[in-house]
Ligand binder design. Sequence first.
Ligand SMILES: Cc1cc2nc3c(=O)[nH]c(=O)nc-3n(C[C@H](O)[C@H](O)[C@H](O)COP(=O)(O)OP(=O)(O)OC[C@H]3O[C@@H](n4cnc5c(N)ncnc54)[C@H](O)[C@@H]3O)c2cc1C
Length: 392
Amino acid sequence: MADVLIVGGGIGGLSLARELSLRGLRATVLEKAPQLDPVGAGIIMNPNAMRVLERNGLADAVRADSSPYLLRETCDARGRKLALRDYRPLYDAGKLARGALVHRAHLLDVLWRSLPSDTVRFGVGIRDIVLGSAGVRLSTARGESFEADLLVGADGIHSEVRRRVFGEFSPVYMGYRSHRLVVDNTGIGHFTEFLGHGRRIGLVPISAKRLYVWTTFNSPHDRPPRFDSVADFRNFFREFTDPRIAAVFSQLRSMDGVILTAIEELDLERWAHGRAALLGDAVHAMTPNIGQGAGMAMEDAAALAEELAGKETPEKALESYARRRRPRVQTVMRVSREVGADGQRSGMIECWLRNRRLQQEGRNAEKALAELEGLLRYPNEEESWARSGTSP
Ligand SMILES: Cc1cc2nc3c(=O)[nH]c(=O)nc-3n(C[C@H](O)[C@H](O)[C@H](O)COP(=O)(O)OP(=O)(O)OC[C@H]3O[C@@H](n4cnc5c(N)ncnc54)[C@H](O)[C@@H]3O)c2cc1C
């Protein structure tokens, strides 16, 4: 029904192009980077994200270079086990799609390769956007012009489409920052996280050979830390004395390739305006604590494509899309924020109490799995329609 112009060729934008092409809708993606972003980090594809990929036919390709997400172990800073979450009973019972731990570059590559050639134009900067009642015209810094029935901003947390079409909205800094890096995997078999005092480290095997490592640490907004050397970096995380962490630090020769990110949130009430909509981080950037930002962008993409294929006008489709997605995204965003606040506790006593609580909760595996199932299940059609208050 509609030609769609997508600004941003990240996980959200490429997922939307995939979902649209499966439904016979034409999409063009304008990406400002000169090529696919080969960022040196891993990503957790939770069961709901993998369910989107199963439905759009890309799960096998993603899993071909990944580790299965079977267990999540939580330890204190010295490596003493607090809890072990085992996803296998939920997978074996067919309740969740099997999660995957992957390199971002591989995920982006699979998405990009799945698209008709010429779908993605790289190295494109926006000069102007004119939104009309029947469509949109976008001109680029190189002097090209694109016309489409619909514009989707999938251009991330600092979205240009959002600024031009929806107005100025600033992300909110959450009080902590994060490092991400990839090193050789010297024997980590499952996702293992270590909780310190206002600091955390996570080890995520993305293959038998590669390990994705993330940190978080409390940090004042206006004073970003400087890690001039590996020695500074290691010293900053010295409370983590477990040999598994020491094995990571011992591999580092320089800080090149270590990505430092401020953790921010953004939650827009308005997802659509006339013939324009936002998707992914452009409309709902969330903390990374439960590995769901990209998963939500992929769910958005599937829902938006379904609505565009099923509704008689783009405006109605965009309205349903926003109504259908916002409650789910807000729940996930809230849970992620709470997990982060708990993880970033810094006082001796509060950390001790947190660790003791996690240990106790870990003993009730059934309750923990039931809670997880609700969050990690891809919202099925009946639920979506019920929430939107309309019938299919
Ligand atoms: C530390 C950290 C860890 C995370 N871990 C996970 C995880 O394990 N699992 C998970 O699901 N999520 C995770 N996330 C969240 C996830 O990275 C994001 O939610 C996801 O990348 C959002 O995808 P997106 O396509 O909406 O935006 P982006 O990934 O930001 O992509 C936006 C794209 O738009 C392009 N762009 C920007 N401006 C323009 C412009 N003006 N014109 C054209 N193109 C433009 C950019 O170059 C980019 O390619 C994590 C986030 C952080 C910060």
